[in-house]
Design a protein around this ligand. Structure first.
Ligand code: NAD
Length: 284
């Protein structure tokens, strides 16, 4: 039996940003494996769509509107889930946005949204849920959405890159905190390469500077044409999490290449390395 069919065949899964993309894919996969899935998203209608898809496939799911950029909403969610179910076996801190624009041109509100959703959303997901998971005494798995962007530098996506480097560092420290305390909570950094989702859709760029549109469009087309199939990627993610792996990849070769560049950068203390595509899609 594949380990995910064993480890995630029951219990409760909570996924943030599960109305679309990777969050929706992970929620559907957890539902298909037999978990009761709490599908959360800032967009209530899209969360309901994911729930409908899980139920149509014979699974169990419930939708909750949650904005991860507000710490109190994650406290409310944790309280609600533990009141209702008394446990959480799988927590996926997934909700995230891309932000395109030169660092000095991204408006303050978009900077704040990026940091609050991508970084604080993960931190406060852990802060709200972990004490309750510990009190339940049950084994649990936490996956935080990092990125291959956590290991490189991408001009024009600085706000996003900053948050992913930070989520990676947060996940590494969290893993060690669990080890020091000998807690039965397995922490994974989920590192997608390039998966076909809505993160670069034009409407998701509202609040970015006008000159970001060309870069956003080029990324959208690249993901549409070369992105990995979502269901396949999400199947791989849960399979690796079920093996208690810290590193969880969709495209291990892509991760290896980018991490290799980072290792060279750090070891040789050279100047930041320009990614191949960066000049072609540079923000004006
Ligand atoms: N798609 C990729 O190739 C890729 C690569 C690396 C990392 N990631 C990461 O995967 C995660 C999911 O991205 P995706 O590509 O599936 O994007 P997506 O845009 O398809 O889905 C993101 C979901 O998050 C929700 N969301 C946005 N703001 C929110 C908020 N404040 N509170 C709650 N939900 C909110 C959106 O409504 C949407 O349903 C992100 O953290 C992203 O950085 C994606």
């Amino acid at each position: 039996m594949a380990p995910d069919k064993d480890v995630f065949s029951g219990g409760v899964a909570v996924v943030t940003g599960a109305g679309s993309g990777i969050g929706a894919g992970l929620a559907r996969r957890a539902g298909a494996l037999g978990m009761t899935v709490v599908v959360t998203d800032i967009n209530e209608a899209s969360a309901a769509e994911t729930v409908a898809a899980i139920e149509a496939a014979g699974g169990r799911a419930e939708a909750e509107k949650v904005d991860v950029s507000v710490p109190g909403e994650l406290d409310r969610l944790a309280e609600l889930v533990f009141d209702r179910h008394g446990e959480v076996r799988l927590l996926i801190n997934n909700a995230g946005i891309e932000t395109v624009g030169n660092s000095w041109e991204v408006p303050a509100a978009r900077w704040e949204a990026t940091l609050n959703i991508n970084l604080h959303g993960v931190i406060h997901g852990v802060r709200a849920f972990v004490p309750r998971i510990i009190a339940s005494g049950k084994e649990a798995w936490i996956g935080n959405l990092s990125s291959v962007g956590a290991f490189g530098q991408m001009p024009g996506q600085t706000a996003y890159t900053v948050t992913k480097h930070a989520v990676q560092a947060f996940s590494e420290c969290l893993y060690l905190e669990m080890e020091l305390k000998a807690l039965p909570i397995h922490v994974s950094a989920i590192v997608p390469g390039m998966m076909r989702t809505n993160i670069f859709n034009a409407e998701a760029g509202e609040g970015e500077p006008d000159n970001a549109a060309k870069h956003r469009r080029a990324m959208f087309e690249m993901m549409r044409d070369h992105g990995m199939d979502l269901d396949e990627g999400c199947r791989l993610f849960l399979e690796q999490m079920a093996q208690n792996r810290f590193w969880v990849h969709s495209q291990p070769e892509m991760s290896k290449q980018i991490i290799g560049g980072r290792v060279k950068f750090l070891q040789e203390q050279i100047a930041p390395i320009m990614p191949d595509i960066a000049r072609q899609i540079a923000v004006d």
